[in-house]
Design a protein around this ligand. Structure first.
Ligand code: FMN
Length: 150
């Protein structure tokens, strides 16, 4: 059994839906999940002794990448902590009609890599309504579970 921390920033509930879907599937597979809205965590929570940390964030802004509001204070401190030896996997909702499709997901993954984290799985990017993309979410979590069980 692995311990997984999920944190997410979500304004209209889409990334929260994905986070809770990931949680449900991991728990059904016997893994232990702690899930927190990013507004309720400190950046140092990312460095705690979990086997995997999943970070979810939607993307905002027009001409430049803007992270979901609640994620910004945590994001700004990521590169100031030590994530060496930590596994991360990023996810988020966006809209591919924008120039920077799911740019927040890439920015968070990059910041975690710069802090020393290892990318455990390719990021999950959801275009539009996540309920319509349930198969993609399920496939991504299935891949995580296979790696956690390996
Ligand atoms: C004003 C505005 C700007 C947005 N900018 C982007 C963007 O730059 N890139 C992107 O992929 N999606 C963009 N989106 C789409 C949102 O990320 C998308 O609606 C997402 O599902 C919201 O997720 P949340 O409910 O978890 O916050 C934008 C949406 C709005 C309303």
């Amino acid at each position: 059994m692995a311990s997984v921390f999920i944190t997410y920033g979500s304004t209209t509930g889409n990334t929260e839906y994905v986070a809770e879907s990931i949680q449900r599937t991991l728990e059904q597979s016997g893994h232990e999940v702690t899930i927190e809205d990013v507004a309720d965590i400190k950046v140092t929570d990312l460095a705690k002794a979990y086997d995997l940390c999943c970070l979810g964030c939607s993307t905002w802004g027009d001409d430049e990448i803007e992270l979901q509001d609640d994620f910004i204070p945590v994001f700004e401190e990521i590169e100031g902590i030590d994530l060496a030896g930590k596994n991360i996997a990023c996810f988020g909702c966006g809209d591919s009609s924008y120039e920077y499709y799911c740019g927040a997901v890439d920015a968070i993954e990059e910041a975690c890599k710069n802090a020393g984290a290892s990318v455990f799985a390719e990021s999950l990017k959801i275009d539009g309504d996540p309920k319509a993309e349930q198969a993609d979410i399920d496939a991504w979590v299935k891949d995580l579970i296979a790696k956690l069980n390996a």
